[in-house]
Design a protein around this ligand. Structure first.
Ligand SMILES: Nc1ncnc2c1ncn2[C@@H]1O[C@H](COP(=O)(O)OP(=O)(O)OP(=O)(O)O)[C@@H](O)[C@H]1O
Ligand SMILES: [Mg+2]
Length: 382
């Protein structure tokens, strides 16, 4: 069992900074997922750990050993790639056995290890076939087998499921997670698929533009996002964001920035309750961004009581998705997505006004810088 520790890693390709002061600690046996948009530096992190690319500065420890200068073959990490990279001329047995052969493992031992791994991955019946004679999901299993067979200290996986169809991806997600728990190898798994990340990770690191923005459990990144980027990145449909101007009168009001063209139109004003006014006062900013998850907006009937604030807008779209239905409502020049509207569908007519209720406790407040400010407000439940 081994820990993996990355400290202040910076990686530049010429003038492009792919990673900046990136630090990450993965405990022994932990399943860590790095999640972030395309180009944010995820693959670069893996390549640096595996030693496939040099680093500009920083330290990488595998267990207690500083591996910065170790060649890839001496780092004892195994990597699984998106495209599997199986050897086409070798059959499944030879593909899995390959890393052991390279290490001059004894023949009988190779046989035993390959058979054990093949049993574990349910591919014992495919050992004589060539990669082109098996399915995508089976190839993925062979690639996992080849990585696992030599019992590496660290397991690195770069979007290993992205070439599979949706159903197989769901099945393999569960299988990989179970397998990792069974063998207990410290794992760093990369994806840009948030469902994969949420369902597989012990801990998720959210990245953007070469930086780690938040490192937490899946529940925490969802319920307590550190900033607007994380809040908007996790959740389907994404969190709604509205920019409000802070208006200090006798009481405090928020006025939607891109609301009505008419200055005196009060339709897009919210009176700030006492629980929020202190934190809003403290921002020092002139405007504030409110975040609301689509599931936390309730469609109301005319004159229905609601413990929170109400906003009105014009229904522009209703998307019927079977289990769920999503509505889109125009609020000034903004649009809000509302999910789980099936039970209130009668109150939503395209082109007509809808009344929406939002509980204060479900609001996320962000400063202009994107930093989240209201850690004291009860977060919405997952
Ligand atoms: N060998 C290279 N030379 C120059 N720039 C590179 C090289 N490899 C990656 N980059 C750049 O570094 C940045 C990070 O790339 P990286 O491959 O790590 O992103 P990623 O998060 O894995 O993206 P994706 O989700 O699309 O795979 C990108 O801007 C990319 O263009
Ligand atoms: Mg990548």
């Amino acid at each position: 069992m081994t820990t993996l520790s990355i400290r202040n890693l910076t990686k530049r390709y010429g003038n492009l900074t792919a990673l900046e002061n990136f630090s990450l600690e993965i405990h022994s046996g932990q399943f860590m997922v790095l999640l972030g948009p395309s180009g944010c530096g995820k693959t670069t992190v893996l390549r640096c750990i595996a030693g496939l690319t040099g680093i500009t500065s920083g330290e990488i420890y595998i267990g207690d050993e500083l591996v910065n200068k170790l060649p890839p073959k001496d780092r004892d990490v195994a990597m699984v790639f998106q495209n599997y990279s199986l050897y086409p001329h070798m059959n499944v047995y030879e593909n899995i056995a390959f890393p052991l052969k390279m290490r001059k493992t004894e023949r009988n031992q190779i046989k035993e290890r390959v058979q054990n791994i093949a049993n574990l991955l349910n591919i014992s019946n495919l050992l004589n076939r060539k990669p082109k004679e098996i399915s995508g999901g089976q190839m993925q299993r062979v690639a996992l087998g080849r990585a696992l067979v030599r019992e590496p200290k660290i397991f690195l996986m770069d979007e290993p499921l992205s070439n599979l169809d949706a159903k197989l991806r769901t099945d393999m997600r569960v299988e990989i997670k179970k397998l990792q728990k069974k063998v207990g190898i410290t794992t760093l798994y990369i994806t840009h698929d948030q469902i994969e990340a949420m369902s597989m990770a012990d801990n998720i690191g959210i990245m953007d533009a070469g930086k780690l923005l938040q490192l937490d459990t899946p529940q925490k990144v969802y319920n307590e996002p550190a900033n607007q980027f994380v809040a908007g990145f996790i959740g389907i449909p994404p969190m709604n964001f509205l920019e409000f101007k802070i208006v200090r009168d006798k009481s405090m009001f928020l006025k939607l920035v891109t609301g009505s063209a008419n200055e005196h139109d009060n339709k897009f004003m919210i009176k700030v309750p006492d629980v929020l006014s202190a934190s809003i006062s403290n921002t020092g900013d002139e405007t504030i961004i409110l975040g609301i998850r689509p599931k936390d907006i309730t469609v109301l009937r005319t004159d229905e009581e609601f413990d929170g604030f109400k906003v009105k807008g014009e229904v522009t779209f209703i998307e019927l998705l079977g289990d769920d239905s999503i509505a889109e409502v125009k609020l000034g020049q903004n649009s809000l997505k509302i999910s789980n509207v099936a039970s209130r569908i009668d109150n939503l007519i395209i082109g007509k006004e809808a009344i929406m209720g939002i509980k204060y406790s479900k609001l996320y407040l962000f400063k202009n810088s994107g930093k989240r400010m209201n850690s004291s407000i009860t977060p919405s439940s997952a």
